[in-house]
Design a protein around this ligand. Structure first.
Ligand SMILES: Cc1cc2nc3c(=O)[nH]c(=O)nc-3n(C[C@H](O)[C@H](O)[C@H](O)COP(=O)(O)O)c2cc1C
Length: 149
């Protein structure tokens, strides 16, 4: 099994990075192939809803860093989405990536892949509020019903 870890923090060695790395180390120790990428190393331009990815070969029209990331996502059996909590949502770079996953909605190429979500906040005032603090982010994840989680 191949496990791809996405780090959506701009800070290498950050909390999110450490958490994603720990998951990958565990996967590696269990003989799974692992790869980690830092989203901030890539240019990811915003989806403009041009709908090019909804027809033909389901290819995104933009020739940016996502063209390197798309094949890695396709090759992965499991994807770890790691992000710091920024204003109750993902970091800007992770949100850009989420929006650019749209080709996979039409192509269903990620159907059946496992997804893991790692969110690192600064503090959670009351543990009971944690689900609602994450709800905006999670609602966007739930839209990816083609992934298993
Ligand atoms: C723009 C911005 C918004 C943030 N919003 C929140 C927030 O809503 N709730 C929270 O607990 N922490 C918030 N934080 C703090 C980060 O989640 C926290 O510093 C986190 O540990 C950063 O992750 P990292 O160490 O992986 O970079 C915010 C930080 C930034 C820079």
């Amino acid at each position: 099994m191949k496990v791809l870890g996405l780090v959506g923090s701009p800070r290498k060695g950050s909390n999110t990075d450490l958490l994603v790395s720990a998951i990958l180390e565990g996967a590696g120790a269990n003989k799974h192939l692992t790869e980690k990428i830092y989203l901030y190393d890539f240019e990811i331009v915003p989806c403009v809803d041009c709908k090019a990815c909804k027809k033909g070969n389901f290819k995104c029209a933009f020739g940016d860093g996502m063209q390197t990331i798309y094949p890695k996502l396709e090759e992965a059996d499991a994807i770890v989405f790691g992000t710091p909590l920024y204003w109750y949502g993902p970091s800007a770079k992770m949100k850009l990536l989420i929006d650019r996953l749209r080709p996979f909605i039409a192509s269903k190429k990620l159907k059946g892949r496992k997804a893991f979500l790692v969110i690192h906040p600064k503090r959670v005032q009351k543990p009971a509020t944690w689900p609602s603090e994450c709800s905006l982010y999670l609602s966007s994840i739930w839209a990816w019903s083609w992934l298993e989680n």
